[in-house]
Design a protein around this ligand. Structure first.
Ligand code: NAD
Length: 347
């Protein structure tokens, strides 16, 4: 397989994970990382053997990598994506595609014009259990789909880390909404949402959690309960340091002839020690024998295999745009208590 060179824009939490997952593939070569805080880029460059930059423009023009992994904050996806597309690089862009529909459309149009692959980091598509629900629905095993309920509540530590830069729906709701649109590829008709305000709102200004109801054209419903209001102690232990915490996470799909149900709250491992109960992430990005495993590895592998085999990625720009329209409709509904009609992608 031919070698694929890649660079990273945004060397924070997710940029570091993606770089590691990509560097551990046998046919890729890390060439450079960039970050406004250049020390972060230097950490990756030192670890994976490339160069560090404060400016992604300079990095792309110096290295011309085959691919870029973009993990800048949610509101700053447009400029790096346009720059990468113009440089002819294939793009793996973290979710959400953008925070406005205009930015999302520009990103999709630029990547189409450049003829490059654009894949979004909708990681749940690469979680075995979520993907198995998808295949069961496709095979008709639960008959006609009637409703979907997804819960994703993380600890307040995640909200504190992001320091009010984004809302729970824009940050984590994207994942479950993408699943629902994937499970039920019927146009969404309207969205209604309400938010709850507690400690997160007092500390950081974003709501703590929200309930979102999506009505589809055929009458099916998607309900999403999303937030980051679990107490600090939910996912905080010092040992074992290799165990990362997660959240209270479910998916339940009901059809005329069956029911599919997933509970990731304890994934498949829990423990108790002097610091209390521990419910570690064993699926999204666990470290196994000092290598990243789980869905992050599979999604990054998929992205690079799409480049080498010239295939369309499983998660395309349009998928991100669809999800973003629902997220923005829900945020609007939270503010004005209205039922918001979905305009794009009507039947
Ligand atoms: N798929 C997932 O499960 C998942 C998990 C966490 C975050 N994310 C997404 O990943 C993206 C990054 O989130 P994060 O948690 O890693 O944030 P982060 O704050 O940890 O990292 C973002 C980094 O980007 C840098 N940056 C900002 N503007 C830049 C620019 N113009 N050029 C270069 N660097 C710039 C910041 O200095 C920071 O180091 C977001 O879109 C987020 O929603 C996805």
């Amino acid at each position: 397989m031919r070698e694929i060179t890649f660079a990273v824009i945004g060397s924070g939490f997710m940029g570091s994970l993606l770089s590691r997952a990509a560097s551990e593939l046998p046919y890729t070569r890390f060439v450079a990382a960039s970050d406004l805080e250049v020390e972060r880029a230097k950490r990756l460059a030192t670890r994976y053997g490339g160069q560090a930059y404060g400016s992604y423009e300079e990095m792309l023009s110096n290295h011309r990598p085959d691919a870029v992994l973009i993990a800048t904050p949610e509101f700053d996806h447009l400029a790096p994506s346009l720059c990468a597309a113009n440089a002819g690089c294939h793009i793996f862009l973290e979710k959400p595609i953008a925070t406005t529909l205009q930015d999302a459309v520009q990103i999709i149009e630029a990547s189409n014009r450049a003829g490059i692959k654009l894949m979004l980091g909708h990681i749940l598509r690469f979680e075995a259990s979520y993907a198995l629900i998808h295949s069961a629905i496709r095979e008709g095993s639960i008959g006609k789909l009637l409703s979907m309920y997804a819960r994703r509540i993380t600890s307040i530590n995640e909200a504190k880390r992001l320091n009010g830069r984004v809302t729970p729906l824009t940050y984590i709701g994207v994942h479950d909404i993408d699943q629902m649109l994937w499970y039920h590829p019927v146009p969404a008709k309207s969205v209604y949402a309400r938010a709850l305000y507690g400690r997160v709102s007092e500390l950081l200004g974003t709501y703590d959690s929200a309930w979102v109801m999506i009505e589809f054209e055929d009458g099916a419903l998607g309900i999403h309960e999303v937030g980051w209001c679990l107490p600090e102690s939910w996912a905080r232990w010092s040992k074992p340091s290799s165990w990362g915490g997660f959240g209270d996470v479910r998916m339940n799909v009901i059809g005329t002839h069956g029911n599919l149900s997933l509970d990731f709250t304890p994934m498949n491992l829990f423990g108790v020690g002097m610091e209390g109960w521990m419910l570690p992430d064993t699926r999204h990005w666990p470290l196994v024998h000092d290598r990243l495993a789980g869905a992050v590895k599979l999604e990054v592998e998929h992205f690079f295999s799409c480049i080498s085999e010239d295939k369309q990625p499983l998660v395309r720009g349009e998928d991100g745009l669809r999800v973003l329209e629902i997220v923005l409709a829900a945020e609007k509904s939270i503010v004005d208590h209205s039922i918001v009609e979905i305009e794009l992608f009507k039947a």
